[in-house]
Design a protein around this ligand. Structure first.
Ligand code: ATP
Ligand code: MG
Length: 230
C-alpha cells in the first residue's frame, strides 16, 4: 500500500549550521499547512535555499526536526519521501535524452498519454509538438534546442507528472521574454493547485498568487502575511 502524504510541513525548533562556527537557522519553528502556496522572499544569504534544502532532505537539521504530516523526514522511507516532496531548481536541468524521457524522469513507468497530459496541463504540449520529432526530440545536456522558458515548462511538466504533495520551487532569476513569462506564470498556477508549495519567489507576479508570503532575514521569518498585507 502506498503512503500518501497530505503535505503539511513543520519545522519543529530546527537548528541548522553548515559549519561549526556559524548557525544559519537558530531555533526555527514554522508550520506550513497542507495545500498552501507560500512565497518565500528575503535578501541574498537570508537562508531561503537552506530552508528549501531542509524540506527536501538535502540536509538534515543539526537539532530539532523537519516533519511531513507529523512524521520526522528521517523516519520516512526514502521512496515515500521522494514521491511526496519534489524540488524544482533554477536551472531546470534537462538530461540528454528525449523530451518525453525528460518529463518522465521521476516516473519512468509513465505512459506516453500521461506524459502528454502533464505537458498539456502546464501549456508545454504545443511547443513540444512543434519540435522536429515532437516528444521524441533529443535535447542535449544543455538543453540547446529549447529556450529557457521552454526548459522551465518541461520541468513543470515533470513536476506535474510526479504529482508530489509538496512542491518546492526556486524561481529562476533569469529574465524570460514576455510571451514565455506569461506561459510560465500560467503553468505555475496549474502546477500549484492541490498541493503544498513553497516558492522562493523573485517575481512580484508570483508573490501575488501566493496564499502567504514569508519574509526571511538572517535565518528568521520577520514577516508572515498575505500578499495584500505585506
Ligand atoms: P540567495 O537569495 O542568494 O539565493 P538564500 O536566501 O538562498 O540566498 P542560502 O543559500 O540559504 O541563502 O544561504 C544562507 C547562508 O548560508 C549564507 O550565509 C550562505 O553563505 C551560507 N551557505 C549556503 N550554502 C552553504 C554551504 N554549502 N556551506 C557553507 N555555507 C553555506
Ligand atoms: Mg538561494
Amino acid at each position: 500500500d502506498l503512503w500518501k502524504a497530505t503535505g503539511a510541513v513543520r519545522f519543529d525548533d530546527v537548528q541548522f549550521a553548515y559549519t561549526a562556527d556559524r548557525v544559519i537557522l537558530p531555533h526555527f519553528t514554522l508550520d506550513l499547512p497542507a495545500g498552501q502556496t507560500i512565497a518565500l522572499v528575503g535578501s541574498t544569504g537570508a537562508g531561503k535555499s537552506t530552508l528549501a534544502k531542509l524540506i527536501s532532505r538535502f540536509y538534515d537539521p543539526t537539532q530539532g526536526s523537519v516533519q511531513l504530516d507529523g512524521v520526522d523526514l528521517r523516519d520516512l522511507h526514502p521512496k515515500d519521501l521522494r514521491r511526496a516532496i519534489v524540488m524544482v531548481t533554477q536551472e531546470a536541468y534537462l538530461f540528454s535524452g528525449s523530451v518525453a524521457e525528460n518529463i518522465a524522469i521521476g516516473k519512468p513507468e509513465a505512459t506516453r498519454d500521461e506524459i502528454r497530459r502533464a505537458a498539456t496541463a502546464v501549456g508545454a504540449h504545443d511547443f513540444i509538438e512543434g519540435l522536429p520529432n515532437g516528444y521524441d526530440t533529443d535535447v542535449n545536456k544543455r538543453g540547446g534546442r529549447v529556450s529557457a522558458g521552454q526548459r522551465q515548462l518541461i520541468s513543470f511538466a515533470r513536476a506535474f507528472l510526479a504529482d508530489p504533495a509538496v512542491l518546492i520551487l526556486d524561481e529562476a532569476t533569469s529574465s524570460l521574454d514576455i510571451p514565455s513569462e506569461r506561459l510560465v506564470q500560467e503553468a505555475l498556477q496549474t502546477l500549484l493547485a492541490d498541493r503544498t508549495a513553497v516558492i522562493i519567489a523573485h517575481r512580484l507576479s508570483t508573490v501575488a498568487i501566493a496564499d502567504r508570503v514569508l519574509v526571511m532575514e538572517q535565518g528568521t521569518i520577520i514577516e508572515d502575511g498575505t500578499p495584500d498585507e505585506l
